[in-house]
Design a protein around this ligand. Structure first.
Ligand SMILES: Cc1cc2nc3c(=O)[nH]c(=O)nc-3n(C[C@H](O)[C@H](O)[C@H](O)COP(=O)(O)OP(=O)(O)OC[C@H]3O[C@@H](n4cnc5c(N)ncnc54)[C@H](O)[C@@H]3O)c2cc1C
Length: 502
């Protein structure tokens, strides 16, 4: 039985001092109902024959309010533990629909929700906005920027980040898609590309402004490439006067010999054909060796493209390093079959941070949302059993991933789906994709908002969230004072009249 966590101990002044105060020694925790907990002082306990005094409850700290962390927190709702969920963001992000924010189909609030609100009904759970910097497994504390928090059990679910394969300097030129901020950055760049092209004077410069290179042919790359082509071809052509947005060139650069490597080859092939029918140029075997301001290098060839998006690689959150145990090539923690860290049985690592062989036949568990959710529930089940004093038998501890299938969308009415041995493509797969994604959103408000937006798009082909935000090149809102697109307009004449342009 792990030694009990003994309270928050941030050094000096810290905003975390206000967190689980119920663990101070002069207080006792009692349970009135199964999951209604109250903290009372010793004196108020006297004469309380009707309530069941309980030993101090032990604390589960969860790092990350993504798919895995939220699933774990919810699954601990009835467990006799106090749960503290820490996240550096105040919101849960539904990453599978991030590309729709990046391509102006949805607004951030449609796919993200405040973590506090998601868990507000769960009385044994507290949420704190905190960036965790490390874990000391010997002292059983998580380290924050402002202090430390002790745990009895720890669930690390801090997800993954982009991987530029050692070329982090490419990240500013080729943004990746992981967070709401990434999505709005991409949206801004995407929309600015059309704005720039509208006032470019030279054909070559206009062509460059309207060229988009998406690096990586997994689901995110496929979704981004298809959506950009759809915007250019059907959502915005009527809004521009000087350019034909339909001529926008979208390249999808995939290093491997097929798209969607995690899917059956026939579905990767179908995705390629669908993208090509939309007008996307798919290049297979195109290994990107350089990214510069103005284009990418593929092998020996320089491909001019002013807009480059990165969907090529992920690596686990660096928090795993602080555990001092072996990591795999992607920085994931090689966990034991029950998802605990070897040598630290009170620490579970789940979701995109974990390298587990819990899939069928001892295969690696994929980095997808259902896997993170299942891992979160598994860790919670084991912790709850231990907290109740009935730990799971060794034979029942191993995590077993249940693959529910894979889906990827290419555009409106175009998607591919693989469920068990069944394969689908086209409108049915798209409907399946849409239903699964809406149903998986975290609350009713998000589901409703997404459904309404999609319905509107289906009948109008428009994308309502076309907002350019946070662009440093937009110091004012006065037409004519916007800085010129690079190398095109004469200085001092940021907005020449349209006759001069065409
Ligand atoms: C663009 C995109 C599209 C995807 N599409 C699909 C799809 O269609 N289907 C599918 O199944 N999967 C998809 N995935 C993968 C899926 O989203 C992940 O596998 C899943 O989110 C992993 O869950 P997680 O709980 O491990 O991490 P996450 O959901 O990423 O959550 C991690 C949380 O940890 C927090 N955090 C990180 N570092 C710290 C820190 N130091 N301190 C405190 N908090 C921290 C983050 O703010 C975040 O809230 C997609 C991923 C991306 C990026």
């Amino acid at each position: 039985m792990p030694e009990r966590a003994s309270g928050i101990m941030p050094p000096g002044r810290s905003r975390f001092q206000g967190l689980p105060v119920d663990l101070k020694p002069e207080r006792r925790t009692i349970i009135l109902k199964l999951h209604r907990r109250e903290t009372v002082t010793d004196s108020s306990l006297s004469g309380e024959a009707a309530v069941t005094p309980m030993m101090d409850r032990r604390r589960v700290v969860i790092v990350g309010g993504g798919f895995g962390g939220l699933a774990a927190a919810r699954a601990l709702a009835r467990a006799p533990v106090d749960v503290l969920l820490l996240d550096r963001k105040n919101h849960h992000t539904f990453q599978p629909l991030l590309y729709q924010v990046a391509t102006a189909a949805l607004s951030p609030a449609d796919i993200a929700s405040p973590i506090r609100h998601i868990l507000y009904r769960q009385k044994n759970c507290r949420v704190a906005l905190a960036s965790v910097t490390g874990v000391d497994v010997t002292r059983k504390v998580v380290q924050l920027e402002g202090g430390e928090i002790p745990y009895d059990w720890l669930i690390l679910a801090a997800g993954a980040t982009h991987s530029y394969f050692g070329r982090e300097d490419w990240s500013t030129l080729a943004p990746g898609l992981k967070s709401v901020e990434d999505a709005t950055t991409i949206r801004t760049r995407l929309l600015l590309a059309f704005e720039d092209a509208e006032y470019e004077v030279g054909e070559e410069a206009r062509r460059a402004a309207l060229t988009f290179a998406v690096v990586g042919g997994g689901p995110t790359g496929v979704e981004l490439a298809g959506a950009i082509k759809e915007i250019a071809a059907s959502s915005i052509p009527a809004d521009f006067r000087n350019i034909d947005t339909k001529t926008a060139r979208v390249l999808l650069l995939q290093g491997g010999d097929r798209l969607l490597p995690a899917f059956d080859p026939s579905l990767g092939d179908r995705a390629r054909r669908d993208l090509e029918s939309l007008g996307v140029e798919v290049r297979l075997g195109a290994r990107v060796t350089g990214v510069a301001d103005g284009g990418v290098t593929v092998g020996d060839e320089f491909v001019p493209a002013r807009n480059i998006l990165w969907a090529a690689g992920v690596q686990a959150n660096p928090l795993g390093k602080s555990l001092g145990v072996p990591l795999d090539r992607s920085g994931r923690v090689s966990v034991a079959p029950d998802l605990t860290v070897p040598g630290a049985p009170a620490v579970y690592v789940i979701g995109d941070m974990a390298a587990s062989n819990g899939a069928k036949g001892g295969m690696p568990v994929p980095g997808v949302a259902p896997a993170a959710i299942q891992m979160g529930r598994h860790a919670a089940r084991l912790i709850a059993a231990e907290a109740r004093g009935t730990p799971a038998a060794a034979a029942d501890r191993a995590f077993a991933y249940r693959d529910k299938g894979s889906l990827a969308t290419i555009g409106r009415w175009r998607a591919v789906a693989q469920i068990g041995g069944l394969k689908f493509a086209g409108p049915f797969a798209w409907l399946l994709w849409a239903v699964v994604h809406v149903a998986s959103l975290v609350n009713f408000r998000n589901r409703f908002a997404v459904l309404m937006n999609w319905f509107w798009q289906l009948i109008t082909a428009s994308r309502g969230a076309r907002l350019i935000t946070g662009d440093p090149r937009l110091p004012c809102a006065v037409p004519g004072e916007r800085p010129a697109p690079s190398g095109s307009l004469p200085s001092g004449d940021a907005r020449p009249d349209q006759e001069r342009l065409r």
